[in-house]
Design a protein around this ligand. Structure first.
Ligand SMILES: Cc1ncc(COP(=O)(O)O)c(C=O)c1O
Length: 396
């Protein structure tokens, strides 16, 4: 074997999405892509807003020295200022550009954070169900992910988090709006988590970071708002991107913002700037930085996702599935009618419906459906959901 044992193991662990992709490719070849209902991938299908193309053309046409050169590893200062102004509104606390670092997507940002704060053996709490890559990002930098299940309604289980904290705990990653549940943590929950981290930090004589991963912040429904984490806790770090709200995941553009009163803020920002460079990113893409700087108040048309959510919830309700309507993001995470979520996902596949088993997100007994597909695909999948439910009942 030429590849590292750990990468073999990682390949196995991340295999659920790959398995769905492979199963989907076979079904699509057999029945035609239009007859397969693929809800497996969280790849936004909406085009970026029209303003994106306008700004991109304008920015691409600008000439001048250094336009395509290396820059400060933290990004262009004017862009960081513009991003900081928007974050100040979202987080309910004024921050300046020097608290912001431009990154290669939220994924790049999370790796920069972990590289900057983790010593070997440090633990990072992640909440199940989780974005599967968190495990890898923590491991990349010598840490160990410690999984804590969320409460039944996918809110934070503060008692379980408290029980999981120990002297090795360095951070907790929270994700709101959540992939895969669509849950949004309330201001009260965040404040309670902040209090818990203050007490735990005091008890263990250390700083424990709250890392808020927020790429779905602008994709919300029914008037829900995403409370900021900065007012809840001083040692908090926000990481996000324009992958979902501007539909730009392939452009790899995101950012980190550090609480203005974070302990050793300057040292932390310095470490993150260095991490951005030495992890191989060097800096976030120059052209995209200049583009997103002009698009702080722009996002995709969320009413399209809202409409799809309505259609999908109606179909699942009608077919008798047990689920909580998502408050944000573009996923549904229903309970599997069979105890074995993999077995149920196989029943869905018989109806040419592709979903991802909950165990891929650390929560067996559920399955995830991504609704970044055309309304028509969702609508046409309805009979399949009814049949899969009937088949599951027949097995019980
Ligand atoms: C919860 C969550 N965090 C981070 C990411 C990574 O985002 P990006 O493409 O900006 O790196 C994703 C992507 O799907 C995600 O769902």
């Amino acid at each position: 074997m030429v590849i590292a044992a750990k990468m073999r193991e990682f390949g196995e662990r991340s295999s659920w999405i790959r398995k769905m992709f492979e199963a989907g490719a076979i079904l699509k070849a057999q029945y035609g892509a239009e007859n397969v209902f693929d809800f497996s991938l969280g790849n936004p299908d909406l085009p970026p807003p029209p303003k994106f193309a306008e700004v991109l053309r304008e920015v691409a046409g600008q000439t001048g020295p250094g336009r395509h050169g290396y820059m400060a590893n933290s990004g262009y200062p004017p862009v960081r200022e513009k991003v900081a102004a928007r974050i100040s509104g979202e987080q309910g606390m004024a921050i300046t550009g020097d608290s912001v670092l431009m990154t290669c997507g939220a994924a790049g940002g999370l790796n920069v954070i972990m590289k900057s704060i983790l010593d070997p053996g440090d633990e990072v709490i992640i909440i199940a169900p989780f974005f599967v890559e968190y495990h890898f990002y923590v491991d990349n930098h010598g840490g160990a992910a410690k999984v804590v299940a969320s409460a039944d309604d996918f809110s934070l289980d503060l008692n379980a988090i408290k029980a999981a904290i120990n002297v090795r705990t360095k951070a907790i990653i929270i994700n709101s709006p959540n992939n895969p549940t669509g849950q949004i943590y309330s201001a009260a929950e965040l404040a309670a988590l902040g209090e818990l981290l203050v007490a735990a930090g005091r008890e263990h004589g250390k700083t424990i970071f709250m890392v808020a991963d927020e790429p779905y912040r602008k994709i919300v429904y029914d008037g829900y708002e995403v409370p900021g984490v900065f007012p809840a806790y001083r040692n908090s770090i926000v990481v996000s991107s324009w992958s979902k709200d501007l539909s730009l995941p392939g452009e790899r553009i995101g950012y980190i913002a550090v609480h203005p009163d974070c302990e050793e803020r300057d040292a932390l920002l310095g470490a993150m700037t260095l991490a951005n460079r030495i992890l191989g990113f060097v800096n976030a893409p120059a052209l995209m930085q200049r583009v997103v700087g002009e698009l702080q108040d722009v996002s995709v048309d969320c009413s399209i996702y809202a409409r799809r959510r309505e259609i999908f919830c109606g179909i699942l309700e009608e077919a008798g599935y047990d689920f909580l309507p998502p408050k944000g993001a573009f996923y549904l995470f229903p309970k599997s009618p069979l105890a074995d979520d993999v077995e149920f996902v196989a029943l869905l596949q018989e109806e040419k419906i592709l979903a991802v088993p909950g165990r891929g997100f650390g929560m067996p007994g559920y399955f995830r459906l991504a609704f970044c597909v055309e309304d028509d695909v969702i609508a046409r999948s309805a009979p399949g959901f009814v049949k899969a439910m009937a088949a599951a009942k027949a097995k019980c």
